[in-house]
Design a protein around this ligand. Sequence first.
Ligand code: C2O
Ligand code: CU
Ligand code: CU
Length: 496
Amino acid sequence: MKRKEFLKLSGAGVGSLLIPAAVISVISSGCGKNSGMGNMGGMSGSPVNINEGDFLQALPIPATVGASGALTPQATSATLKGSQVYNVFGYQSGSILGPTFRVSKGADVNINVANNLGEVSNVHWHGLHIPAAMDGYPTNLINAGASFKYNFTVRQRAGLNWYHPHTHMATARQVYKGLAGLFIVNDPEEAALNLPAGEFEIPLVIQDKRLADISLSYNPTMMEIMSGYLGDSILVNGKASPFHEIKSQTYRLRILNGSNARIYNLAFNNNQSFTIIGNDGGLLKSPASVTSILLAPGERLDILADFSAALTGDEIFLVNKLFGGAGTAQGKQEFKIVKFKITQKVNVTFAIPSVLSSVVSLTAAQASRTRNFDISNSGVMMQSGMHRINDKVFDANRIDEAVAANAIEIWQFDNSQGEEPHPMHIHSIDFQVLQRTGGRNGLTASESGWKDTVLVMPGEIVKVIIPFENNAGKFVFHCHNLEHEDDGMMLQYQLS
Ligand code: C2O
Ligand code: CU
Ligand code: CU
């Protein structure tokens, strides 16, 4: 399959791509982002409005399994909205997504993946620090009809991780069509907090899809590669506009933004505050109370939501609030995501611990070097691959960065000249966010502690500090807007 290019679009082979006439005239009339891009309404595309739905379907909770299990990626069907059946991909038959793996730190994991998709795929364990051969490298693929056993030891702290295909140039389509799941690690430090558990710990995988189309086709236009393939409906755990019955007490919500490109500004419709206790890399040092928080594709949140003021019969929605600074396609609409229906008034209180975990903060002085990554993508219009890092597109045969085992480095993602948001993700490590200049200037409440994905808005430069481990091999890092990733916005580092 060939990379979609601007140049190609003005020639033959465009196929079924729909290209607005204004775009074609821009392509043929010159390059560079200042040459008449006003015609396109900015370089980051247009919003896709959400159809909220009716919140009459129960929220599904994926099955929980332990350290050994099986995944069978396959084309199947699922009722994503009401009783309407869609053609999807699942890790089992009958639904999108896969089971939630829940393991303790130290566990040996054994997961057999039998690829029944009818095309190549693999599994990347996003957030896990595991050997390169198990990490789902983009060209390390499982052929159609073949199986592969993922086998690794979990050596990291408690946290919410996830898994999804990382198939070279097909990640976006395979995830969009339904392949993803959660991977929770528990440890004694977390257990000592006695956080809400069982029915009071709810996983929420938030994704947007185009539900007007029952075959869930994935065919982004050039402009949709700019903005990302935004959906017209929000699914939570594989169901559009669901509801969940709760009691009037504190719940722990474990949230993944598993969308291809959509960023959410999460809040409750009654504006009640909630407490962020964790993120991509596990528990924060101390809790942070907020009334809204941005969550970009690939990022996770661990929050405590206190519903004790609610009465039986109340309905409280998790919603997306408007936000700015994210280019022309995102943050322009407020919509509901999931409805919580209070069905039982109880008198249970939960005191949030003031210290959650020990996180040793790294300082810039500890870093041996700084690497700069230009992610602005200014002036690349006439080249192959519209999305680049340091003016390069992914090449499995080229090592972009050589990193010494156990090095501590600062990586700087520079989107100061850019017009699109880029959630940047690095495999096999967790980093600390050191600094953000431009745009939002500063860190958000979910950016303390450890992370593996950081949102870099247009105009921003974000510095992260990374303690690399002793885990030799080739690992990728990329934008987690999956359209951008498949369009080439991914490089690799060799750890040795
Ligand atoms: Cu969740 Cu390289 O990805
Ligand atoms: Cu990853
Ligand atoms: Cu991007």
